[in-house]
Write a protein that binds this ligand. Structure first.
Ligand SMILES: Cc1cc2nc3c(=O)[nH]c(=O)nc-3n(C[C@H](O)[C@H](O)[C@H](O)COP(=O)(O)OP(=O)(O)OC[C@H]3O[C@@H](n4cnc5c(N)ncnc54)[C@H](O)[C@@H]3O)c2cc1C
Length: 485
């Protein structure tokens, strides 16, 4: 079987699904190849952070997720006693949303199918190559060989990415040093609080409700069993024993729905692009799931790449635009590498010195500005992209180039983010004296409107009002390319 398409996406995890949606929204033909015959049922990622919710909101999808998840106003950094205060975040979503990854994937797959993505399950890619004509992926579906050819291919095929391996992209980092157990279980003894976190010389215990009113996620880093290989199955007894020793009491876990073990192996792809091949999500970066970031950062990768790839395939942007994907996202992968390694160091030192270090840093986190700095990092709200990708026609307000544009109400009562639902660039003329037209690499929508003053503006909204730009050119992923002075 031979077939052609615009873009081949390998892997229908949250990252591949979101990327496929973005490409299809822009009108491209997209084939999404997934080795599993059925969607994943295990909960995996539970925390969806503020910037990811905003991202979904930029396409009008946030309500579907909000109505199925549960907001949680705090987060953790290395399981330190002082929690990250997400309620201080300057966003319409000042929390993390507890929603199982299985549900996130279900909602994204529904959207992908509605948009017309060609989702092919039971399709394992084992070979990818590129030439002057395009990029190609071969594999098997239902015992039959297939080959798809396209202009570009995205490897969203997870930690053991075949696409990355085939492309020969280095994936250097740090070997696994510690393994941690987890179980989605029912507790027969009541918890003293809705969630629980405990760290002592016996290890680390975290218990959070899964949100279905029945199950809890137990995470147990047992100091006596940290060397158990990641592939060794977890038993309920092993999980319960570790939890009991760390907690000093027994919450009687039972009826395990999912038991697993994960490691702190940390790696980062040397390049996110090789010619026509791109990496996103776990295919590009793996780490200890500390702070709940892997899926979130991966979905931001997809959101950065999708509109760029679409603009180039449609002939609206030069190929060079695609280099900005690596340039913008690779430094954030490097930061993810550092912050998860730092958290791992905090999470795996159980002697008196390690516990003293934890207490000191936990003390620092009681300072609101320190707490906010880490909350911005973990929530994804703190990122910006610096330089403009297009040429401004007039002087700009430099501090706004590459900066996240907050949701704003327009003078007619409409929503600014609502103008980005179709994934186009937005040229927002805010004053009469703004140029009537600008150039940008992609589909452009031009709207003349004013921002509505309101007494309860957040800090970034108030800052934008005070800056008073004549016009804003906003990228499809919700960052300002520039603001005209
Ligand atoms: C216990 C745990 C808790 C976590 N908690 C959080 C959290 O709270 N927040 C957070 O942001 N992250 C969290 N993570 C991380 C998160 O689960 C991952 O970062 C996320 O799954 C990455 O998504 P992805 O789409 O890149 O890869 P994956 O989800 O791994 O999807 C890759 C897909 O590609 C398919 N595939 C692989 N090879 C091929 C092939 N050759 N051909 C075709 N298809 C292929 C796979 O079947 C899979 O469906 C957690 C992880 C763990 C283990």
């Amino acid at each position: 079987m031979k077939s052609n398409t615009d873009v081949i996406v390998v892997g229908a995890g949250p990252v591949g699904l979101l990327l496929a949606c973005e490409l299809r929204l822009a009108g491209l033909d997209v084939v999404l190849l997934e080795r599993r015959s059925e969607p994943v049922r295990d909960s995996r990622a539970l925390g969806m952070h503020a910037r990811t919710i905003e991202t979904l909101g930029l396409r009008g999808l946030a309500p579907h997720f909000l109505e199925r998840g549960r907001p949680f106003g705090v987060g953790h950094y290395g399981a330190l006693e002082t929690m990250l205060n997400f309620s201080a975040l300057d966003s319409g979503y000042p929390f993390q949303l507890v929603i199982p990854q299985s549900l996130t994937e279900q909602l994204l797959e529904e959207r992908a199918r509605e948009l017309g993505v060609r989702v092919q399950r039971d399709a394992t890619v084992d070979e990818t190559w590129q030439d002057d004509a395009g990029v190609h992926a071969s594999g098997t579906v239902g015992g039959q060989r297939f080959t798809f050819s396209g202009a570009y291919l995205a490897g969203c095929d997870g930690a053991r990415s075949a696409v990355r391996r085939q492309a020969g992209i280095a994936f250097d980092g740090v070997e696994a040093g510690t393994t941690t157990m987890l179980g989605d279980v029912q507790l027969r003894a009541p918890l003293p609080a809705p969630a629980l976190m405990k760290v002592n010389q016996e290890g680390v215990l975290m218990i959070v409700p899964l949100g279905d009113g029945v199950h809890h996620r137990l995470i147990v880093l047992d100091a006596r069993r940290r060397d158990v290989p990641v592939a060794e199955p977890v038993t309920l007894e092993e999980l319960a024993d570790g939890a009991r020793r760390i907690a000093g009491c027994d919450y009687l876990p039972s009826q395990a729905r999912w038991l697993s073990r994960f490691s702190d192996e940390t790696r980062h792809a040397a390049q996110y692009r090789q010619g026509r091949i791109f990496l996103a999500g776990d295919a590009a970066h793996i780490h200890m799931p500390a702070g709940g970031q892997g899926m979130n950062v991966g979905m931001q990768d997809a959101f950065n790449l999708g509109w760029k790839m679409a603009a180039v395939v449609r002939g609206q942007a030069p190929q060079g635009l695609l280099d900005s994907y690596h340039n913008e996202r690779h430094p954030l992968g490097a930061q993810l590498f550092r912050n998860t390694m730092a958290q791992t160091a905090l999470l795996t030192s159980f002697d008196q010195r390690g516990l003293a270090l934890r207490a000191e840093i936990s003390g620092l986190l009681t300072q609101p500005e320190v707490n906010l700095k880490l909350a911005l990092q973990i929530s994804g709200l703190g990122i910006g992209y610096g330089a403009a990708l297009s040429e401004p026609p007039a002087p700009v307000l430099p501090e706004w180039s590459g900066r996240r544009i907050p949701e704003m109400t327009l003078a007619d009562g409409g929503s600014l983010h609502g103008l980005l639902h179709q994934g186009e660039w937005l040229y927002l003329r805010l004053r009469e004296d703004a140029p009537h037209a600008v150039a940008c690499p992609g589909r452009l929508r031009t709207v003349s409107a004013a921002l509505a003053p309101s007494p309860d503006l957040g800090a970034s909204q108030a800052e934008l009002m005070a800056a008073g730009p004549r016009a804003l050119l906003i990228r499809p992923d919700g960052y300002a390319d520039y603001a005209l002075a």
